[in-house]
Design a protein around this ligand. Structure first.
Ligand code: GAP
Length: 438
């Protein structure tokens, strides 16, 4: 299918998933606003992550830390230093390379030439990804702070608070979902590279032992891949990729990405990183606080190591959209085959005819009952066929139609988005039918 990305972008705008940020003012590069269906989809995605990564687990705790943090946090974490390299970025594939690494630049250009692709570099820039903000009311006396470049540090600075309040036994995890901000040189590919985006992360604290750390690392890779495929993402469009040593972030001792095959190439969706004791040691040093863990079994104090998994909410959402987008030429319909857990609406309810009050009243009753448990769409415009196609395009798994037979025997038609098959079930079973699927 040609131009799949453009088609998805257009669907997102047309049907209220994602709009360009500040659009009526001409937009703001690298920012996106989620519309009614996109906000619902994003909420479902984050809920599915939180359920799987936090609530289903016995030893994982959630936090929601402030976005503004003491600027010393970013000195300790290494971000104020480690992101100030002079970089050039390839305008074709957005790979960034340090401007002084001539050999690597040459190799990169060769790889494009081989594929008969053009390449062009941005001007070198001394470049820090952190976004600055000014905090305070008195002009001239404002403090420069950073909008967080990763949500991770909000977890590590609360390590001691979680230890003292929850008394977890190692190994344990602290999770967070929230916004991060980066001064990306070239935002692009729709929401793929944005300047404001959301991350979902789990930091697992383990004993400082390579074997134990790598066992958690491997388990995390497996778990995270399973999460995407359990929610319907095609396994053959997903792969693992190990970072080369010169590609790893300053904090990482090992790093693997989960990548998705997009129309613009294999792209990072999530990173699994072995951060060693980098974060806690540095925060301990910079804050002067003891951030060690006391193991009551071995009576030892130590700084735990961290295995992190860090996924992008917006990237996952975009990849789920790309994966779910299907065009059916024969039936002339567009279908978003989203997992029911992710779909913005779990079902749509229609009266067969808009001008028959007894049908409308019955359908409204079913709609209101279902709406107490799920997000449900109502549609009484146009003919039934058009309503089906309209719901297919936004990924609604089931359409429930109230017709004249409903008034006689209490059954409704349930039509499946993917197979287009219809069956009649009793109106009293509709709620449990949808519950089972979601
Ligand atoms: N705490 C580790 C960390 O932040 P990262 O690889 O820089 O690691 C993790 O980012 C994830 O955040 C990425 O895999 C991606 O899904 C998402 N992400 C990073 N930069 C992004 C951007 N500019 N726009 C959208 N998502 C982004």
């Amino acid at each position: 299918m040609d131009n799949k990305l453009e088609k998805v972008v257009s669907l997102c705008k047309r049907r209220g998933f994602i709009f360009p940020g500040s659009e009526i003012y001409g937009g703001l590069r690298g920012t996106w606003d989620y519309g009614p269906l996109g906000a619902e989809f994003k909420f479902n995605l984050k809920e599915a992550w939180w359920d799987y990564m936090v609530q289903d687990k016995e030893n994982v705790f959630g936090v929601s830390a402030a976005i503004f943090m003491n600027p010393k946090v970013w000195e300790a974490s290494g971000h104020t230093q480690a992101f100030t390299d002079p970089l050039v970025e390839c305008k074709t594939c957005h790979e960034r390379i340090r401007a002084d690494q001539e050999e690597e630049i040459k190799l990169h250009e060769e790889s494009h030439k081989l594929k008969k692709e053009k390449f062009e570099w941005t001007e070198p820039k001394k470049f820090n990804l952190l976004v600055e903000a000014k905090l305070g009311v008195v002009e001239g006396d404002k403090t420069t702070v950073y909008l967080r470049g990763e949500i991770t540090q909000g977890v590590h600075v609360n390590f001691k608070n979680v230890l003292d309040s929850m008394h977890p036994k190692i190994p344990f995890g602290i999770a967070q979902i929230g916004k991060a901000f980066r001064n990306e040189i070239t935002p692009g590919n729709f929401t793929y590279r944005s300047r404001e985006f959301e991350q979902m992360e789990l930091q697992t604290y383990v004993r400082p032992d390579e074997k134990e750390a790598m066992a958690v690392f491997e388990l995390m890779k497996e778990n995270r891949m399973k999460w995407y495929t359990d929610l319907g993402m095609s396994r053959n469009k997903l792969r693992f990729r190990e970072h080369a040593s010169d590609e790893r972030a300053h904090y990482a001792r090992a790093a693997w990405d989960i990548e998705y095959e997009t129309p613009f190439g294999w792209k990072e969706c999530e990173g699994i990183h072995h951060r060693g004791d980098w974060d806690l040691s540095r925060h301990s040093k910079f804050s002067g606080q003891d951030l060690s863990y006391f193991d009551p079994e071995t009576k030892e104090h130590f700084i735990p190591w961290v295995i992190e998994t860090s996924g992008g909410v917006d990237r996952a959402l975009l990849f789920f959209l790309l994966d779910a987008y299907h065009e059916n030429e024969d039936e002339k319909r567009i279908v978003l085959k989203l997992h029911p857990k992710l779909a913005p609406y779990k079902a749509a309810v229609f009266p067969l005819l808009k001008n028959k009050p007894e049908l409308v009243e019955k359908a409204r009753t079913i709609y209101r009952n279902l709406k107490e448990s799920f997000n449900i769409a109502w549609d009484d415009r146009g003919n039934i066929g058009k309503r089906y196609f309209s719901q297919d395009e936004i990924g609604t798994p089931y359409c429930i139609t109230v017709d004249f037979q409903t008034l006689e025997d209490g059954t409704v038609t349930v039509r499946d988005r993917d197979t287009m098959k219809q069956e009649r079930i009793n109106e009293k079973e509709v709620l449990s039918f949808i519950k089972k699927l979601v």
